[in-house]
Design a protein around this ligand. Structure first.
Ligand SMILES: C[S@@+](CC[C@H](N)C(=O)[O-])C[C@H]1O[C@@H](n2cnc3c(N)ncnc32)[C@H](O)[C@@H]1O
Length: 434
């Protein structure tokens, strides 16, 4: 079924539904404030005012006010290509954007609801433009914004990779909110100096919502990073996963932020039992460790992500140990991959795990040792420190971007992104010299 052709029907809500929607809206706002996602009176007021259910009329009112996304459009394969984002993430990103009355704000990726929240924040003297590549989405957003009284939001159909210059105010936008998963940030020029840009950025396939301030023509992160997931960017800014498949196996390796390596020679390695290198670094069950994987992505040459087809013949990787694409490195005919091993139930019963590195192939143990040393380096030097600081500078010459000695650099089409890892207090004795 081609769900992309479905059209939502908007019906006039009876008064009892409006009362219910209002009650649910306040309950949701209470929940978001209690959990720390709403941190200012302005964002609180906006979330209590804008009728979220009016932007998602195809779902019951209760569903519109759960703390979850509402999928609004699918492609022919059934993948979600547009949604109203989860309220907790919208609140976090609006707080990170630091929008004030009178600001001129650009939203990339439309749905109507978030643009209406921004309209509440900028007030009558500010302006909101929302851009989406998909005319069905902009038509729908325009309709709902009009029905809810937010027709002062300007809705534009365009590929955000090629932002029409005529929509950029003199001096640039005060804030840009990107609400679609993005591999690059080609909007620095459209942002005013001192302005805020908040975006879910892909770094080697890991996604983080990051708040930046523009200073001296570059973006500097200055808020905690938020692990998140958004629908994929379409159009000319869609990312290339640079994926290779080891022949005869269902094992895929992707170099989303790097140069793909040959993989054919790895097939024999995947028929042998792996070596296991212990790191003695542990993690609690359900404790996120995305910071470690981002660290490894920058620290290790030829870092890649490994995923396994559940029903492929994957040799020793069958059945797949994990559902998420794991951190891996290729060294010639050998491979190393990060994994976890359960140690015990932990204090909270959710389990305690050790990071281990599996080595495949004749030199797999050496590759595993190399990765394990970096896990230990992160543990000793960075784990207890504040978030990494991320700086985004326009690529002056993308084709001849000079290699630089800082290892944690991700070169994109439009920008060069540098990740600086602060040293944890008391960690100087463990600095690695090689
Ligand atoms: C998560 S939805 C936006 C949610 C919305 N901001 C809300 O109110 O919650 C992401 C949107 O990004 C749009 N999109 C994808 N690629 C795009 C591109 N290159 N330029 C502009 N919009 C794009 C999709 O069509 C989709 O509607």
């Amino acid at each position: 079924m081609n769900r992309s052709t479905e059209r939502p029907t908007v019906t006039t809500s009876p008064t009892s539904n409006l009362d219910e929607a209002s009650t649910l809206r306040h309950q949701l706002a209470d929940q978001l404030a209690e959990a720390g996602h709403i941190r200012t009176p302005a964002v609180d007021e906006a979330l209590r005012t804008v009728p979220r259910h009016a932007f998602a009329p195809e779902v019951p009112v209760q569903k519109a006010y759960t703390n979850d996304i509402v999928a609004t459009r699918h492609n022919d394969d059934g993948h979600v290509i547009s949604s109203i984002s989860a309220p907790w993430l919208q609140a976090d990103m609006l707080e990170a954007a630091r929008i004030r009355p009178g600001h001129h704000v650009l939203e990339i990726g439309s749905g109507g609801y978030n643009a209406a929240l921004i309209a509440e924040l900028v007030g009558a003297n500010g302006s909101v433009i929302t851009v989406d590549i998909d005319r069905a989405v902009t038509d729908r957003a325009t309709r709902f914004l009009t029905q809810t009284g937010y027709d002062r939001v300007r809705v534009v159909t365009a590929d955000a990779e090629h932002l029409p210059t005529c929509i950029v105010p003199d001096g640039g936008f005060d804030a840009i909110l990107v609400t679609v998963d993005t591999w690059d940030l080609p909007w620095i020029d459209a942002l005013a100096e001192g302005g805020r840009l908040v975006a879910p950025l892909r770094l080697h396939g890991y996604h983080w919502a990051i708040g930046f301030t523009k200073r001296d023509g570059a973006l500097h992160s200055d808020e905690p990073l938020i692990v998140c997931g958004f629908v994929a960017m379409q159009g000319d800014g869609a990312w290339n996963p640079n994926r290779r498949t080891v022949p005869g196996t269902g094992v895929h390796l992707s170099w989303e932020d790097g140069t793909p390596m040959p993989v054919d020679q790895l097939a024999p390695a995947l028929t042998l039992e792996p070596t296991v290198t212990h790191t003695h670094v542990t993690v609690r069950g359900q404790e996120p460790f995305d910071a470690l994987t981002l660290y490894l992505a920058g620290a290790l040459n030829s870092f890649c992500r490994l995923s396994v087809e559940p029903d492929g013949d994957n040799g020793v990787l069958n059945p797949p140990p994990k559902h998420w694409p794991g951190a891996a490195i290729v060294r010639g005919d050998s491979l190393a991959r990060l994994d976890t091993e359960r140690i015990d139930d932990g204090d909270d019963g959710k389990g305690r795990y050790e990071f281990v590195v599996h080595g495949y192939g004749p030199h797999g143990h050496l590759a595993a040792q190399e990765m394990a040393e970096h896990v230990q380096h992160w543990q000793h030097n960075h784990r207890g420190a504040a978030c990494p600081r991320i700086t985004v500078r326009p690529q002056t010459n993308p084709t001849s971007a000079a290699p630089i000695h800082h290892p944690h650099v991700f070169d994109k089409r439009h920008t060069r992104i540098t990740v600086d890892w602060p040293i944890a207090p008391g960690a100087a004795a463990h600095l690695m010299n090689g």
